[in-house]
Design a protein around this ligand. Sequence first.
Ligand code: SF4
Ligand code: SF4
Length: 384
Amino acid sequence: MLSPVVVRPVASYEDTAALDTAVETVFAALPAERQPGPASRVLLKPNLLARHTPDKAVTTHPALLRAVVGALRRRGATDILLADSPGGLYNPARMRALYEGTGMAALAKELDIALYSDCKSVTVPGPQGGLVRQFELIEPVAQRDYIIDLPKLKTHVMTGASLSVKNLFGCIPGLKKAEWHTRFPDKERFGEMLADLYRTVKPALTILDGVVAMEGDGPSGGSPRPLGLVLGGADPFLVDLAACRVMGIEPARVPYLAAGIRQGLCPESFPMEALDGEAALLAPVPFRLPASYGAGDTDFARHVRGPLAWVLPRLERWAAPHPVVDRTKCIGCGRCAEICPRHTIELKGVARIRPENCIRCFCCHEMCPVQAIQVKRLPLFRHL
Ligand code: SF4
Ligand code: SF4
């Protein structure tokens, strides 16, 4: 039987009654064996990609977390820990700054919940028959028995959408994320790695923050987009399929959902019989997708023969979406160079990308604090 996906309207984060109702309905729809209780050791896993205030719509909003903690406490759960690993360096000082900047420190104080900043990691085996034999994960993922995935609904320049399954990538400590980009530079296998990660982390439930989403060149360089929705359920793939429907995104173009479809973890599109809520809430809305959305990976040249087979890969460097530094915006902070899995960014006052080594993971774009890295494509190739 399909696990239900609860979709509820929540006009704003100030509407705490609507938020509480939406979150409570998600919990109530869980089967008995997935309900938390007094003995649960809960891990809240929001999206805290980088130090941005909640109004920027980069990170999960504290108001949603407040509603989740309320639902947990009504079920007797008291042992609640919040943890994430952002992009970039993963150390206690950075984590404390991240919690302060994203509103989590104030929330933890208000609600008396713990924030994880020990920054330890553990190695755990990957799923049986999967692509990945073992993952290095942040310690609480292995220690906690009730993990709640709390993503932000956003676009993503590499994967099209940053949703519930993608949010689990934050369970990989700091710069270790770059290793996975290096190991699986093509989107198809990167998506399979994320599906393996889901089967390893096994969140008990997902609640997706779509009250104010992000559109455009997400997950950090887009614009806030009021959407007025909270979506949730036990199955993150179904939650993500529902979100794709609203965003007007084809699930097969989102690498981790495409992997889920191939592996039989989810259907090709959202099954409306799984919806718990008004069908009208899932009607597609005008939603600005990333400039890179729908662009083929780096592989269209593989389908040609003859002299063109030599020319096209060189053209592709510019034809495919690629990162470009806006030198007038760059403040030379070095965050992009720190995270680049191919060490292909030099700092000479401002950042400079050597395009020949770039695998177009767009981690640099995600981590730039001043949006100085744009995703560009030659207009001639935009239809490809
Ligand atoms: S330059 Fe940017 S997009 Fe290219 S490999 Fe480095 S981080 Fe990824
Ligand atoms: S491009 Fe952005 S992240 Fe890179 S050095 Fe410049 S300001 Fe920092």
